[in-house]
Write a protein that binds this ligand. Sequence first.
Ligand code: KIV
Length: 282
Amino acid sequence: MPKKNTILTLLDMKARGEKISQVTCYDYSTGRLVDAAGINTVLVGDSLGMTMQGYNDTLPVTMDEMVVYGRSVGRACKDTFVILDMPFMSYQASVEQAVMNAGRLMKETGANAVKLEGGKTVAAQIKAIVESGIPVCAHIGMTPQSANAFGGFKVQGKGEANARRVLEDALAVEEAGAFMCVLECVPPKLAALITKKTKMITIGIGGGVGCDGQVLVWQDMMGMSDFKPKFVRRFAEVGQILTDAFKAYDAEVKAGTFPNDSESYVKSDSSDEFLAQLDAEY
Ligand code: KIV
């Protein structure tokens, strides 16, 4: 019998050495499938700026948009733990702004936690959000909202000084109260060391197998996008399956073979005589 994943069940999984699954999700239909599959946690990521809205990066995504997408996923997930991303500039400017926006995401979507990007620099925000009773997932390493500052989407933690910086970021967000931390594009031994040194659940995306769990953007893992970085494995070619199905539908509509009688309300039809009368009257 599946049961709701909570911060406690997830931390217990880490304690028992059980791996934790996470995928991104942005809508009700996909959320139901993710929930039925037994995925532990879902991330309504601001990657929806790219996957759902066609932007080049996550920066344009707004709080209002996160509420709309997040609410749909929240309604779908019965057992899966739902984490909502805080979009760019919804938490960076001040601690107060961060708490208000985290609170809004929780109030208006039914999420179980929020996620924000950054290490030491956002520790005060994480602490205040956690003190408001909201679980926080941190996100360090390659943080897409800062891609302009990094000069692109680049591996973080290469070289001794950078590796130390990433580890110190992990310790800072743990100290601030984060229960979970995404490690994005971090070399695997460094990610494994962070996983060992912290009680937080580490979730890798391009962080190697030594993390407590893994996350992938669902469109990438299902062949629904052209994005194929090193860390993505395609678990299905859903994009191709859908394209083939749309082509088959297009052909049947154009050939007049869809719908057939069993797909029409034949039994409710009027008599031929009455239809002939209507035809004559109008
Ligand atoms: O926005 C997102 O989907 C994310 C994941 C890639 C971790 O932050």
